[in-house]
Design a protein around this ligand. Structure first.
Ligand SMILES: NC(=O)c1ccc[n+]([C@@H]2O[C@H](COP(=O)([O-])OP(=O)(O)OC[C@H]3O[C@@H](n4cnc5c(N)ncnc54)[C@H](OP(=O)(O)O)[C@@H]3O)[C@@H](O)[C@H]2O)c1
Length: 231
């Protein structure tokens, strides 16, 4: 499979390139600085460009490419770096120009309305977004609107708070984005993105993506209700 990774030097993107190469895919890494791409020999084609200007994006795509965007602002507290939405617009234009159709984009928990998010996100994450990252939140909202209206075979993966933890190998994917856990390891996000590229299961859908709640926390409401099982 031909896979183009936007944001290939980022936390999720680097794991994704690595995983895709190990599974035998042809990978194109779209990056700002070629020197920042870990060496995979000739198994990764590197295209240098900028997602804000759109330079290089079309060169990174082929008609059979699955485009996966892990783009994110390196200055999320500041205005003026709307890379997820501007990047998505250029990627969509580039895909239309070359005739590619499958697009998978990393989004974030807390995006959208309060009704689309669980209570703990509404209590903690959305206020933090509003206070510290209003530009990043607006950028994600704009990106989701563009992708949703693109007419492409898109998937939006609303990842929970990211960690650099080890791969758990298990993650929850839910089209009801109110159902999600608090964290997900970047490496598990990468695994989801690649699995979704290989086996499209959530086309034209927004999904939440998280590692399972730790067992005790997951069971706490029931334990409080029923008491611990003794038998
Ligand atoms: N923090 C969280 O808890 C959380 C939760 C859910 C979702 N997310 C979002 O998930 C996404 C991926 O997360 P991550 O941790 O993997 O992000 P990251 O490590 O910050 O990586 C961002 C990537 O985007 C690239 N990029 C930024 N501006 C660019 C531009 N103008 N042109 C080309 N590439 C550009 C960066 O390239 P350079 O190496 O050149 O800078 C880097 O490869 C981000 O959008 C993030 O906000 C975060």
């Amino acid at each position: 499979m031909e896979i183009t990774v936007f944001g290939a030097t980022g936390g999720i993107g680097a794991h994704l390139c690595d995983l895709a190469v190990r599974r035998g895919h042809r990978v194109t890494a779209f990056v700002r600085r070629a020197a920042a791409v870990p060496s995979h020999g000739d198994r990764v084609r590197v295209v240098v460009g900028d997602a804000l200007t759109g330079v290089g994006i079309r060169d990174a795509l082929r008609p059979d490419s699955v485009a996966i965007s892990c783009l994110g602002s390196r200055t999320p507290t500041k205005a003026g770096d709307p890379v997820t939405s501007t990047g998505a617009r250029h990627i969509i234009d580039g895909m239309r120009a070359v005739g590619a159709s499958r697009l998978i984009v990393v989004s974030s928990v807390g995006v959208g309305t309060a009704r689309e998010n669980p209570w703990f996100v509404n209590l903690l994450v959305r206020p933090a977004f509003a206070l510290f990252y209003p530009h990043a939140r607006d950028d994600f909202d704009a990106m989701e609107a563009l992708v949703g209206a693109s007419g492409l075979a898109w998937t939006l993966a609303r990842a929970s708070s990211l960690t650099d933890g080890r791969a758990r190998g298990r993650y929850l994917v839910d089209r009801d984005t109110r159902r999600t856990g608090p964290f997900i390891a970047r490496i598990d996000v990468a695994a989801f993105l690649l699995n979704e590229a290989e086996n499209p299961a959530n086309v034209q859908a927004r999904v939440s993506l998280s590692n399972p709640w730790p067992e005790l926390i997951r069971r706490a409401p029931r334990l409080l209700e029923t008491g611990p099982r003794t038998g």
